[in-house]
Structure formats: C-alpha cells, structure tokens
Ligand binder design. Structure first.
Ligand code: ADP
Ligand code: MG
Length: 338
C-alpha cells in the first residue's frame, strides 16, 4: 500500500473519536464550555439517554457571529495561546477540539448572542460542515442542540448502550459538575423530567442536600484543612455513612473532578480504627494544589490527572482527613491508622 495523506474529513472524524465516545462526552464538553463562558445558569436536556437529542443552554458570554465558523474548527480556542499558558490555565477546556469533534460526528445547531453584539446568530452544521448561518434575535448566551449522534460513524453508534445506561452516565457527570460549581444553577431534564435542579447559591452543602437529601446532610463533617502546599475542603461522612462501594467518594482537584485510586485508598486508610474492613467512607472532597504539581494535559477526557509527588500528597491528604475526624469527636476510639 502506498503512503498518502489523510483528507481533512477523515482526520477530523478520527480525532473526534478520541473526544466524543458516547453521549456523555458531548454533555461534558458542552457543559464545560458553558462554564468557561462564565454562565451562572446552565440547563441540559436529553432525550433517550442523549442518543436522540442533547440540548445545552447557558447564559454565558456567547459567541460572536463571525467567530462561529472558527469556533468549530479543530485547534481553535480562545483559552490558550502558548504552551506556557497551560501552567496557569484555569479554564476547563483549552484544546479547541470539542466543537469540531461534536460537529464531525453529529448534526449540530447553535443559537447564540455574544455579550458585545446587538443581535444573535443561528448556525447549523452537518458532518463538520457549516450548512447555514443567519442572524436572529436571542438572549445573551448560547444554546447548542446536538442530534443524530454518530449518524456518520456506524461503528460508534452501535456501541452506545441502552438509554438508561447512557442517561445514568450523564446524570452522574452532571452531579459531579454541580458539586464542583455550587455557584451555578444547573437544571437537568431527561425526556422532559427534571432530574437535577441546583440553586446556584455558592454553597456546596446546598448541592449535597439536593443530591443526598437533608437526612444524609446531618451526618456530614465539614473538611477545612491546610498543610502547605495542600488545602482540603468539602465534606466527609460520619460512621453512619459508611458504604460498601466507592461511588460516594468523589474527589476534585482545583475544582476539576478526578479519578485517583491512591486518594480513594488514602481516604479509606484515614478511617482505619473507626471502620470495619470493606467499608468505604463517604467523601466529597475538594483538594487544592499549586498548578505546577499537576499535569492535566494527560488525556482528552481529562479525568485522569497526574499528581507529581503523589505519595506525599496522599500522605498529607490522609493526615488532613484524620485530623478532621479527630476534631469531629466521633464516639469510637482512633485505632492505629497513621
Ligand atoms: P476549547 O473549549 O478547548 O477552547 P471548544 O472546541 O470546546 O474548545 O470551543 C472553541 C471555542 O468556542 C472556545 O474556546 C470558546 O471561545 C467558544 N465557545 C464554545 N462554547 C461556548 C459557549 N457555550 N459560550 C461561549 N463561547 C463558547
Ligand atoms: Mg471546550
């Protein structure tokens, strides 16, 4: 076989496959964009687990009429200029890949008005191509509608799960996003039914109460700990809130939801002496670390995060949780956990 250059359409579809794996990937990317746009009200409406339709609406800064075509091109971003910016970046996106990827594998309509413009615009895309753009009146903010996901990539379409499963993934994601952005009011509707409605009060506890109910809220211990270079916030459960699973161990580093088995292990270990084997404490924990201790540029989905000097951080983390437990006057004696 001869070596040849791939055409742009093929390159884009392959790249899109890395970012947009299933409906929840679309929701994640578009909601993160809405957050980056400074919205304090974001609604997500999905039909059939996102397989039929996904609509994300925000009241953020909006996109200017003549920047729309660029926003949907690969590697086009307003958030990053040089590689040095990565160290200090505090936006969720920076790769400039989401809009181009979504539009490469679905049909997309955008209605938006930029904060500095008098009129809004309506634009439609199909298979990554801009089909139609016109001005229209619209409130400040953006609404993106995505449907026929993977209509042109049958292999991906076949791999989507049942509606309920895809819906579950989206709800799970939105719960975590809502926890880490208590200042934003989130509304999520699945097939027209409201499944999440947070007040946007700025208080994490208000979101926790929406998710877990007031009853559980009474069993929470606030975490407020500092041991340079790490700061901890959030809530851990008392001994009534032990679980036999780890689904309610949720970690955020610098506001970003992350998965990290070492931290989960450290949380379990911090409860040593309080708990029985195979029990996992409840924890919604916000960790703050200097950006230089992290490498977030590790995977497009970005839930994996590389912590430099991870074992030290886990140790500090464990200490912080143990001190919090000590301060909470739990009736059980502290065992030999360090
Ligand atoms: P990234 O988020 O990595 O910059 P995206 O492809 O997700 O890349 O978006 C490209 C650009 O489009 C963003 O940098 C931003 O300027 C603009 N944009 C996307 N979504 C929104 C939105 N909801 N509101 C305002 N601007 C947006
Ligand atoms: Mg983005």
């Amino acid at each position: 076989m001869k070596i040849k250059m791939l055409n742009n359409e093929t390159i884009n579809k392959i790249a899109a496959g890395e970012v947009i794996i299933r409906p929840v990937s679309v929701v994640k990317e578009l909601v993160e964009n809405a957050i980056d746009a400074g919205a304090n009200h974001i609604s997500v409406m999905i039909e059939a687990g996102g397989k039929n339709q996904i609509v994300i609406r925000d009241n953020g800064c909006g996109i200017a009429y003549n920047e729309i075509p660029l926003a949907f091109k690969r590697h086009a971003t307003s958030k990053l200029t040089t590689i040095d910016d990565l160290e200090t970046i505090n936006s969720l996106g920076f790769r400039g890949e989401a809009l181009s990827s979504v539009s490469a594998v679905a049909r997309v309509q955008v209605t938006t008005r930029n904060e500095n413009e008098e009129v809004g615009s309506f634009t439609s895309f199909e298979g990554g191509m801009l089909i139609n753009q016109r001005v229209c009146s619209y409130n400040q903010g953006t609404e993106i509608k995505v449907w026929d996901l993977f209509y042109n990539t049958p292999a991906r379409r076949k791999h989507m799960e049942k509606d309920k499963k895809e819906e579950g993934l989206i709800r799970n994601l939105m719960n975590k996003i809502a926890l880490s952005h208590p200042n934003i009011a989130f509304q999520v509707k699945c097939n027209g039914r409201s499944v999440l409605d947070t007040p946007g009060s700025g208080k994490v506890i208000d979101v926790v109460n929406v998710l877990y109910g007031w009853e559980e809220g009474n069993n929470l211990i606030a975490v407020d700990y500092e041991n340079s270079p790490m700061k901890l916030g959030g809530f851990i459960g008392n001994l009534k809130m032990m679980r036999n699973h780890r689904e309610d161990q949720i970690f955020f580093i610098n506001g970003r939801y992350i998965k990290n088995p070492q931290l989960a292990q450290a949380l379990d270990e911090a409860y040593m002496g309080y708990t029985m084997k195979h029990q996992h404490p409840f924890g919604i924990i916000f960790i703050e670390l200097p950006g230089r201790m992290l490498d977030i540029n590790i995977h497009p989905a970005k839930t994996e995060i590389k912590i430099l000097n991870e074992s030290l951080i886990c140790l500090l983390f464990k200490q912080g949780i143990r001190e919090t437990l000590r301060g909470a006057n739990l009736v059980v004696n502290i065992g030999d956990g360090k």
